[in-house]
Design a protein around this ligand. Structure first.
Ligand code: 13P
Length: 252
């Protein structure tokens, strides 16, 4: 409903970490969350090969499962790739697309990211579209322009608040222990909200905008309290149940 703050989402991106030995962490987390009333959805995005295992470990709990990337086609000759449809079949309700590590290490641009987000919607699951500036861009005062360009280029035409989540992840804050000031986070999130308003009109107020980049239990409450911050995309601190819980509990 217009005017209401969207329900938060705290998503853990395990990246290329977590073999079978890590299945104990989501099992622990599911137990820890059992009697906690949350004002947020919780998601874990493990490596694709253990998706089904994680799914069965958290069965019956509040924890949802997501993918870390997908191809834009439903099937075909794309060695090493996974389609959004396959991820849905494995139990995913969302897929991260356009993470800065994909943009940098796999040379993915906005158009590819947009097609991947579209593929998620075709498959009937949500996309979590990542955007964010590099340190050079921030120093050059280009942050708001970069974020606006990535948002416009990566957002599919049929994006809605129900099928799309935006994650603002400043590249220089990822895995570094550095975070923007709360004022800087608030500025970028307000800018994204305003841009969404220009692109999507009616839906814009309800689309979730997550912050990601060195979120940990000690800074989560402050970061999450900023206007238009509707949750977190967490890397390193999502690998241990106790740390991830410390972040999730901001919404308890
Ligand atoms: P860190 O939380 O490890 O900085 O990673 C953030 C991230 O890239 C989540 O997608």
């Amino acid at each position: 409903m217009a005017g209401e703050v969207p329900r938060a989402l705290v998503a853990g991106n395990w990246k290329m970490n977590g073999g079978l030995a890590m299945l104990k962490e989501p099992r622990l987390l599911a137990g820890m969350l059992r009697d906690v009333k949350l004002r947020a959805d919780v998601m874990i995005c493990p490596p694709a090969v253990i998706l089904r295992r994680v799914k069965s470990v958290v069965k019956g709990s509040k924890i949802k499962i997501g993918g870390q990337d997908c191809h834009w086609e439903p099937s075909g000759a794309h060695t090493g790739d996974i389609s959004a449809e396959m991820l849905k079949e494995a139990g995913c309700s969302a897929v991260i697309v356009g993470h800065s590590e994909r943009r940098t290490q796999h040379h993915e641009g906005d158009e590819v990211v947009r097609r991947k987000a579209q593929a998620c919607h075709r498959a009937g699951i949500s996309s979590i579209i990542c955007i964010g500036e590099t340190l050079e861009e921030r120093k050059a005062g280009q942050t708001l322009d970069v974020v606006k360009r990535q948002l416009k280029g990566s957002l599919p035409d049929l994006a809605t608040a129900a099928n799309t989540v935006i994650a603002y992840e400043p590249v220089w804050a990822i895995g570094t222990g550095l975070t923007p000031s709360t004022a800087e986070v608030a500025e970028v999130h307000a800018h994204i909200r305003a841009e969404l308003g220009r692109i999507l009109a009616a839906e814009s107020g309800q689309m979730r905008i997550l912050y990601g980049g060195s979120v940990k239990p000690s800074n989560a409450a402050e970061l999450m309290s900023q206007p238009h911050v509707n949750g977190a995309l967490v890397g390193g601190a999502s690998l241990k149940a106790a740390d991830f819980l410390g972040i999730i509990k901001v919404y308890a």
